[in-house]
Design a protein around this ligand. Sequence first.
Ligand code: DC
Length: 229
Amino acid sequence: MEQDIIIAIDGYSSSGKSSMARSLARAIGYRYIDSGAMYRAVTLYAMRHGLIDAEHNVDTKALIDSLPDINIDFEIIGGRQSTILNGEDVEDEIRQLPVSNNVSPVAAIPEVRHMLVTLQQACGAKKGIVMDGRDIGTTVFPNAELKVFVNAPAETRAKRRMLELRAKGQDVTFDEILSNVKQRDFIDENRAESPLRRAEDAIDFDNSNMSIEEQDKALLNLFYNKVNK
Ligand code: DC
């Protein structure tokens, strides 16, 4: 029997990496961890406690002081994986635009990253895991056996995100989504702490012209090529 490995899937926002990672984990019986959901949950906590103002300024000191009070977990509820913040299912709320608009400055705070990276590393202690994010192949699991870097142009990603949010009944325009995607790309690539960067040993994966089935199959092939070597 092949040995369980760690699979790190990094890439830009709305590149489709989360659904690819989730499908792969399901297909091969691995645990899936969405590291972005953790940054989103911390952001929601900060918003609810009045630690972020309308201009997206974060009260960094107060948030750092609050970190010991923030507990994040994942549970399967009604057949889907939900993010649990201090015992509450916040899966839907963390996906909405107010959280998306505030998450990058929160994810740039080194203390927040240290706490979440430690949590992420603990999740991978037994291997057999697929984790997606921005720094999984570089910082969280630099020794991951399989690293994939997913990319597609900002306009393609914004269009996907718009359709996804509209399907959930949210009233959003292409322009506001595109500007959110570009702004997040900029902050993710330029922050001092663990900026979004392709690991040198990552496999590039551009899924702009792939259907969901094609991208799932291509990723599954990468996995089998790796474990059957
Ligand atoms: O993947 P996502 O859009 O749900 O991520 C939300 C935010 O969290 C995004 O702005 C980047 C940040 N993030 C990060 O800095 N590091 C990660 N490993 C995952 C997400």
